[in-house]
Design a protein around this ligand. Structure first.
Ligand code: E4P
Length: 217
């Protein structure tokens, strides 16, 4: 399963990429709005650092505008994936951009029907938002399981990019279900590393080693 960082923050991205576990980046207008500077330059820099798929979202709401913005975003770097919202206009834009060879991530997916329609118009990725569903007392992970089943039934090549992840259990459950990708805020990636028994075990190994060295000295 691939891991993406859900961030537009260069410092976060620069600190996590050297770990060797990061396959791509997702951004959205809310994330990029937090970052000072020109968003196109930020996206270019992100692509240079991660050297993997980097989702950049359109803000137009009509298909024509999304296609125009999508082409501009795709021109920033070969790693850019154009993100469009799941609306009727977004579906039209996805069809047009995919047909001309641009990779499209259809975002704001909250139902299996939406994922199915996005796959039918050639989306490279669909982004179901699990955390926001959990927030309204609906299981986000059930949605992932339904999309996995549907895509397997028809051998869609569209990848399931689990978004709006809030903690390690979203990542573990997504991996068990066979989702292709999880995009995570930096704090969720950090949490994947942590286990108290690892910390205690390492401290004990080092203490025992030190003790033996001092006896031998
Ligand atoms: C990523 O593609 C999404 O925009 C992001 O995961 C949304 O996360 P949030 O629900 O925590 O804002």
């Amino acid at each position: 399963m691939k891991l993406f960082i859900d961030s537009g923050n260069l410092k976060e991205i620069e600190s996590l990429v050297p770990l060797g576990i990061i396959d791509g980046i997702t951004t959205n207008p809310s994330l990029l709005a937090k970052e000072p500077g020109d968003y196109k330059q930020i996206l270019k820099k992100i692509c240079q650092i991660v050297q993997g798929p980097t989702s950049a979202e359109v803000v137009a709401t009509d298909a024509e505008g999304m296609i125009r913005e999508g082409r501009e975003l795709a021109a920033i770097d070969d790693h850019i994936v154009v993100k469009v919202p799941f609306t009727r206009e977004g579906v039209k834009a996805c069809k047009a951009l995919s047909s001309e060879g641009t990779r499209v991530n259809v975002t704001l997916i909250f139902s299996p029907a939406q994922a199915l329609l996005a796959a039918k118009v050639g989306a490279t990725y669909v982004s179901p938002f699990v955390g926001r569903l959990d927030d309204i007392a609906t299981s986000g992970m059930n949605l992932i399981s339904e999309i996995v089943e549907i895509f397997e039934n028809y051998q869609f090549t569209t990848e399931i990019l689990v978004a709006s992840t809030r903690g390690p259990m979203h990542i573990i459950e997504a991996a068990r279900m066979g989702a292709d990708i999880c995009t995570c805020p930096a704090k969720v990636i950090d949490a994947l590393f942590n286990h108290p028994l690892t910390d205690i075990g390492l401290a004990n190994f080092l203490k025992d080693w030190e003790k033996a060295q001092s006896v031998r000295a």
